[in-house]
Design a protein around this ligand. Structure first.
Ligand SMILES: Cc1cc2nc3c(=O)[nH]c(=O)nc-3n(C[C@H](O)[C@H](O)[C@H](O)COP(=O)(O)OP(=O)(O)OC[C@H]3O[C@@H](n4cnc5c(N)ncnc54)[C@H](O)[C@@H]3O)c2cc1C
Length: 157
């Protein structure tokens, strides 16, 4: 199989990298040991600043029918051995604008990976194992080097 770049891992970092490479005209393959949508341990909070970095419009994301809760207030409590939130007053903090968004990572990561618009190889072979692979990089033209790394690889590559 021939491509300009193989991105290992299809999480937000990998899918965003793959998307920008594709938009720059590269042919890209993402390899992930998990099949998406996949779960990812996460609190699911995104600060507004991440949207321009990902080139993602919150309205576009919500229009896809995915969870995107706007957070403008926090209620902070105190739980100690002596006190619980029942007898200690809660501290409420309100902001004039949205300070955070809540998403579901299984949805978010899947959305970003699909949006990347590249070929995705995931676990297809139960015998797939960690292998040592060597790539010849030849792009941009003045860069020709050999890279070698251990990573999980589906048999399709
Ligand atoms: C408990 C917890 C709570 C968090 N809460 C937040 C939060 O609220 N907000 C926030 O912004 N961040 C949060 N984070 C951090 C956030 O989850 C990470 O910063 C983010 O997932 C990193 O994205 P990534 O694409 O680099 O990696 P990941 O999302 O971890 O994706 C890596 C991908 O690579 C694949 N992979 C790994 N190894 C291999 C291999 N050898 N071969 C093939 N594929 C492989 C995995 O299957 C995975 O899909 C939290 C993290 C934890 C642990």
């Amino acid at each position: 199989m021939k491509c300009d770049a193989i991105v290992l891992g299809g999480g937000p970092a990998g899918s965003t990298c793959a998307r920008f490479l594709r938009l720059a005209g590269w042919s890209v393959v993402v390899v992930d040991r998990a099949t998406f949508p996949r779960d990812k341990v996460c609190a699911g909070w995104l600060t507004p600043g991440i949207f321009p970095l990902l080139d993602l419009n919150p309205a576009e994301y919500r229009a896809a029918g995915l969870t995107l809760q706007e957070i403008q207030s926090f209620r902070t409590g105190l739980i100690t051995r002596e006190h619980t939130t029942r007898d200690v007053p809660m501290l409420e903090t309100h902001y004039p604008t949205v300070v955070s968004y809540a998403i579901r990572r299984c949805e978010f990561d899947h959305f970003l990976l699909q949006r990347a618009g590249v070929r995705v190889l995931t676990e297809t072979n139960p015998n797939a194992a960690m292998e040592r692979c060597t790539f010849l990089t030849s792009r941009p033209p003045d860069c020709t080097s050999t890279m070698s790394a251990n990573y999980w690889l589906p048999s399709a590559v």
